[in-house]
Design a protein around this ligand. Structure first.
Ligand code: GLN
Length: 490
């Protein structure tokens, strides 16, 4: 079925007129209509608009457009509900933005459109991207396509579930502390968080501005490379986007990885690591050695402080960024007798419990008297964490870790214990603190009646996406994990 194919496969089929974009889009829509009532990945979608975009792509193909110029021509790409698409709801899965429609396209959406993509649907997420399970969405639960009693990960849980269940061909997500890589790992797809500055964030609703990046979730590493190449590059509307040249990621995938040096961080060998995750990652390391990579031990000595550092910096920045949702400028309003009461009532009714918790924590760590003890100290530790990685990258081309200590957990298992939820981010947070790039790809499955995907994380130096993708692709091609399909897709 067309919705099960990769971007690379569809490029060949569409260019050879073996299928039309309308047929691809229809196949995705049929899958959404068939399963999404139970899966819950999409908050909304506009079928007529998607089909009209597909028709326009078919016309462009008929007029001679090529995939060299427009690599995503006619390919349905779904969007996390935190990225602005003109004329579509932009709710960040929050009640406070419940009636908000975006007046403009984010830069990444402009770039997708220029590349010919069919921009389709709004994907569920944790409210304002705060969470690791998508249970913090104010609107609905998203299930894991491999086991509907489990969460899909978060915060880009809708993106990972939709890609994995073949409801779209690829999806955009955002990653502040793991929100692309962790759900990719739980749902068995490829998910890349680019280096800080690689992709413009104009049109991304900010959570923690020094950590946020937009990236993509896809069925293969090659597809992730194709989409990332489209998204990347400097943008004068985002002063934090970097003036780095954009490599030809897809072309760079060719070739072997003989002599590539890979690092294993001794601080990541935690006691609490699930034995099946540990086993799958160890097998992946052996596999990479067979492919010719050299694996050495590296040290990231400040790893122990990553969770605490992240949850100080992220909440501090979130408390500032979320101040704009005051009932005056955007979204919902609850009236009050004066502006102060209006703000209080609007924010009290509009934000969910986790978002309030983060705003309170963030305001506390920034308050006078505590600023030096928490925020300032966290910034210093962050520099040490970044330095640990830069030191390690003097010796290795990439670092290998599990993406998460466990496979996908049960719905409700951690939602009443925020600390347990925060601790599950242990392997993904440092990448954002250090501003480096990271990818998660499937490296095995758990045993049992409903096998769950296990993710391998590869971390690369700042703007080192090309070599990261090359190693990930070589590994993926030597395994069949990415070809397995979940229950929901049968
Ligand atoms: N789970 C982390 C958090 O709750 C990361 C979320 C993200 O990357 N957006 O902050």
């Amino acid at each position: 079925m067309l919705n099960q194919l990769t971007i690379a496969q569809l490029q060949t089929m569409l260019a050879g007129r073996k299928a039309s974009s309308r047929e691809v889009m229809r196949a995705c829509l049929e899958q959404v209509q068939r399963i999404d009532g139970h899966l819950g990945a999409f908050l909304s979608y506009d079928a007529a608009d998607a089909l009209a975009q597909a028709d326009a792509a078919d016309e462009a193909l008929a007029a001679g457009a090529t995939y060299t110029e427009r690599p995503l021509l006619g390919i349905p790409v779904a969007i996390k509900d935190v990225i602005a698409v003109k004329g579509q709801p932009l709710n960040c899965a929050s009640k406070i933005l419940g009636n908000f429609v975006s007046p403009y396209d984010a830069t990444v959406i402009e770039k997708l459109r220029a590349a010919g993509a069919v921009v389709f649907g709004r994907l569920n997420m944790d409210e304002f991207a705060m969470g690791s399970s998508t249970e913090n969405s104010a609107f609905q639960l998203t299930r894991n396509p491999w086991d509907p009693t489990r969460i899909p990960g978060g915060s880009s849980g809708g993106s990972a579930a939709a890609v994995s269940a073949d409801e779209c061909i690829a999806a955009l997500g955002s990653d502040t502390g793991g929100s692309i890589r962790q759900p990719a790992s739980f749902c068995g797809c490829a998910g890349i968080k680019p280096s800080y500055g690689r992709v413009s964030r104009y049109g991304l609703v900010a959570y923690a501005s020094s950590l946020d990046q937009i990236g993509c979730l896809a069925k293969t590493v090659e597809d992730a490379g194709i989409v990332l190449e489209v998204l990347s590059g400097p943008d004068n509307r985002d002063s934090t986007s970097a003036p780095q040249p954009v490599p030809r990621f897809r072309q760079g995938l060719a070739g072997d990885i003989k002599g590539t040096r890979l690092g294993l961080a001794k601080e990541y060998m935690l006691g609490g690591l699930d034995p099946e995750v540990k086993g799958a990652v160890a097998a992946a390391v052996e596999n990479l050695q067979k492919l010719g990579a050299e694996v050495i031990e590296v040290s990231l000595p400040h790893t122990d402080y990553a969770v605490a550092t992240y949850y100080i910096i992220a909440t501090a920045e979130a408390s500032a960024n979320l101040a704009r949702f005051d009932g005056i400028r955007y979204g919902q309003r609850v009236e009050g007798k004066d502006p102060i009461e209006l703000y209080g009532k609007t924010r009290g009714a509009g934000f969910g419990a986790e978002v309030k918790r983060r705003i309170i924590l963030g305001t506390y760590v920034l308050s006078s008297g505590y600023y030096e003890a928490y925020y300032l100290r966290a910034q210093k530790v962050r520099t040490l964490i970044r330095q640990d990685f830069l030191n390690a990258f003097e010796r290795v081309d990439a670092i290998l870790t599990p993406t998460c200590p466990t496979p996908a957990f049960k719905i409700g298992e951690k939602s009443s214990d925020p600390l347990q939820m925060y601790l599950s981010d242990i392997f993904t947070l440092s990448c954002n603190l250090a501003g480096i790039c990271g990818i998660s790809i499937p490296c095995g499955f758990t045993s049992g009646p409903r096998p769950l995907p296990i993710g391998l994380q590869l971390l690369g130096s700042p703007f080192g996406e090309a070599s990261l993708l090359r190693v990930a692709h070589a590994y993926e091609q030597s395994t069949g994990w990415h070809k397995k399909t979940p229950l929901f897709s049968d």
